[in-house]
Design a protein. Sequence first.
Length: 387
Amino acid sequence: MLIYFVVGEPSGDILASRLMKALTKKSPGVRFSGVGGEAMTETGFKSLFPMSELSVMGFWEVAPRLPLILKRMNETADDIAAQRPDVLVTVDSWGFVGRLLGKLEKRCPNLTKVHYVAPQVWAWKKGRAAKVARMTDHLMTLLPYEPPYFEKYGLKCTFVGHPVIENTAHINVCPVEFKARYGIPETAVLLTLLPGSRHSEVSKLAPVFGKVVRQLLPYFPGLYLLIPTVSAMADEVEAAFENTGIPHLLIHGQQERYKAFMASDFALAASGTVSLELTACGTPHVIAYKFNRLTNILIQRLATTRFANLINILAGKFVIPEFVLANCNEKRITPVVLELMRHPEKAKAIATEASQYLQLLKPSDALPSEKAASVVLSAANGGKIAK
């Protein structure tokens, strides 16, 4: 059996790698091909081209990369048509995936297509739901409230749950031992910075994060920065923070990333899946995000939800402090971070409340990766998949 993956960003890479492991466990002879990232390649997967070439967000941010993205899209379509997989599994990145599926409609009319991670039609671009339903055979959602948005157009959907539930389940760390292992002073105050995993994110958020930590230093002389990153972005991230005057350490690998979260006193992170990961690790944090000025204006006009953070969306109120678009600046962020770091009991209370909403992302009958694997294998075998 050949399963073809198309993954466009690091969060999807982690998701797909865990799904691949579950698929191999359920069907030992299964083969994989396609486009993926570091986490997938660690399992022996060989990507058609570097996934990092697709990792870009925003309207004007995409424009300079468009010729390369279109070239890679055509290469991917050609490869799928040549390999004729039993099932195509596309993960997130609907902007790229939707156009790829359009190219495959006539070339591979009998191809079974499963999409993993629903486009956030509940937040913006509601019209995408009908397009997803027309172009895919089954949708696996991470959030329990998403299936109805697509089922009304006749698309089979399965809530498989969010992988963050299992990603952090068996990780424990002692902050003192973590510091000793990396040669960090025992009295250091650990602040984790996560300015994103794409160039378009790091270029916008790293300058803001840098200004915030410089303003924190007088209050925390023992401040030490932990900066988890991926190999493709390591040099850019290092360059962004090397002149802060604050000791820092780049963290590599998913397990070490989670250990860094658990050892940290606080975190400042780009909006996205990472907020759920920090919540699962019990790490107090705030989130921030912005695009260029024109994209900020467009997003603000198109958005149909009050919140950017998934915990806040699930709660229906502000639980995790968020600073997005025009509010993403050091003048807004620093006072809140300073207040929470100087009063750890307040920060921990927020983290505890957030963890309660995280439980809503867990399916009742299986681990997320196992449930997703069952859906994919059933689709590959032409079987019906229960909603």
